[in-house]
Design a protein around this ligand. Sequence first.
Ligand SMILES: Cc1cc2nc3c(=O)[nH]c(=O)nc-3n(C[C@H](O)[C@H](O)[C@H](O)COP(=O)(O)OP(=O)(O)OC[C@H]3O[C@@H](n4cnc5c(N)ncnc54)[C@H](O)[C@@H]3O)c2cc1C
Length: 423
Amino acid sequence: MKHVIIGNGPAGVVAAEALRRADASADIVMIGDEPERPYSRMAIPYLLVGNIEEKGTWLRKTDGHFESLRIREVLGRAKSLDTASRTVHLEDGTALPYDRLLICTGSHPLRLPVPGIDSPNVHSCWTLEDARHIAAKAKKGARVLQIGAGFIGCIIMEALASRGVKLDIVEMGDRMVPRMMTSKAGSMIARWVEQKGVTVHTKARVTAIRQDGDALVATLGDGKEVVADLIIAAAGVKPNVAFLEGSGVACSTGILIDERCETNVPGVFAAGDVAEAIDFSTGERLVNAIQPNAVDQGRIAAMNMAGRSTQSQGTMAINVLDTLGLISASFGQWWGADGGDAVEMIDDKRFRYISLQFKDDVLVGATSIGLTDHVGVLRGLIQTRTPLGTWKERLMQDPLRVMEAYLSSAQAQSAAPLAGVAH
Ligand SMILES: Cc1cc2nc3c(=O)[nH]c(=O)nc-3n(C[C@H](O)[C@H](O)[C@H](O)COP(=O)(O)OP(=O)(O)OC[C@H]3O[C@@H](n4cnc5c(N)ncnc54)[C@H](O)[C@@H]3O)c2cc1C
């Protein structure tokens, strides 16, 4: 059996290793297009903070690790896919035939259509190469403008702040992390980071960038100008699917996969940031661009490629953020369900917040700030779809009683007789 994996990020690496465990004799090829050892983008902020060196970002640190598992690494870029002849074509002309293919090519940062975006000292923060450029410029006291305050933007901001730079953030939405946090929560985070000395421009866009001597000048939509030594563009990402044009592999935003992580083309699988899976909460489609999801899907895809039928329950939105010391989280259908009930509690002074979203007596989504003890419980209640019974009304009165609700409902569930078991 010939397995080809395109992409050597967390999804690709975990899949390659799982395939080897499942099949000692399979031929496994893993393609990566960056001239680096397989690494984790998620570790880049730690590198920028200075907690780790580059080696700390590597997914596997032992020399010869992949060779010892007989996983052949190929440096190259997939240019096209011929699903009829089951062949991956690389840009350098290499043709790689496969029996089973896994696509885990991740995504790429969006290039903003702004004049001057290609100026030197304007960077994304996506690759190790980007991190090297940023580390060279983001010295103590440097002026940094970051475009975008989404999930990844906030993580980068945390790393930049720790380097002692003077930071401006420009966000199009009316709050920070608008695609992950309710309006009240996103505004509370903005207030917190402003107190920590970051200048936040919400409902704002950069319309042009120009060079002024060594500095960059960014013009905002309202005419305001921000002078910076470094600009970081973190305004969203897009799955790497362009090379699949004409291949017959169905894509929407990402590659559409089923519960087995298989695409519409039999034998072709996808996992991680490039894949658009079924959302656990809504049953609709979701590109869930976080590392734990990439790893789960990589493993599930590998099991199915090796002939061991394995299914995902669906992918669930799980977002946990540390923004300059303020911990926030959102889970599942945090924005609410049609016809559902909701409760929200805000403590502006202490930077505490909770919002619970119910469908009937089941918790389907939640957002919280500053309530770290509750994070596991919120996730657990949503993921197990536990019927809360009378606890729902109690939570509507006091959402902070989630721990009690969890213990009481979980115990009630474990005490219930198992259906179909004869005693
Ligand atoms: C700064 C930063 C911080 C982050 N922090 C967190 C965090 O705290 N928590 C979290 O859960 N997630 C975080 N993430 C997101 C996380 O890194 C991604 O979800 C994860 O990397 C997805 O893994 P993947 O294997 O799907 O894709 P990737 O890691 O992107 O790997 C894809 C690989 O495929 C290669 N490739 C692409 N196209 C081709 C091609 N045509 N041919 C060959 N190779 C190709 C790419 O070069 C890349 O090496 C962060 C991301 C960034 C950038």
